[in-house]
Design a protein around this ligand. Structure first.
Ligand SMILES: [Cu+2]
Length: 123
């Protein structure tokens, strides 16, 4: 009888300990995958169509979690996983979609393919 009680006790303890271990794992996973944030200057952005073009292009990049572009301030706020992508790669993706990104100049071919209203003459 005592043995059975001990066995049941072990089962109960195991049942409680199980989920706890899982939550520890979840926390560790989050620590590895730390999101970083960066601001990128996008001085040639003019309208919501530009925002859509850049958003689509950058969100295709592995490791980019989100991008939020402010047309008035001409700034892009990027959330990304630094284990998967470097900030230079995000700038390159923006430039390849036809827009300047910080000191990375736009791809002129991509820029020429943008909607007429989104194109901006070099001064
Ligand atoms: Cu535009």
């Amino acid at each position: 009888m005592y043995k059975i009680l001990t066995f049941l006790l072990v089962l109960v303890v195991a049942a409680f300990a199980g989920p706890q271990k899982n939550s520890d794992k979840t926390i560790k996973k989050k620590e590895v995958k730390a999101t970083e944030h960066a601001m990128i200057k996008v001085p040639t952005v003019q309208c919501s169509n530009c925002v859509k073009t850049i958003t689509t292009a950058t969100e295709k990049v592995e490791g980019v979690e989100s991008i939020d572009i402010n047309v008035d301030k001409k700034m892009a706020h990027v959330s990304y996983n630094p284990d998967e992508v470097k900030i230079e790669d995000i700038r390159a993706a923006i430039a390849n979609s036809g827009y300047d990104a910080d000191d990375v100049k736009r791809d002129e071919k991509a820029h020429a393919a943008l909607a007429q209203c989104c194109q901006l003459e070099r001064k």
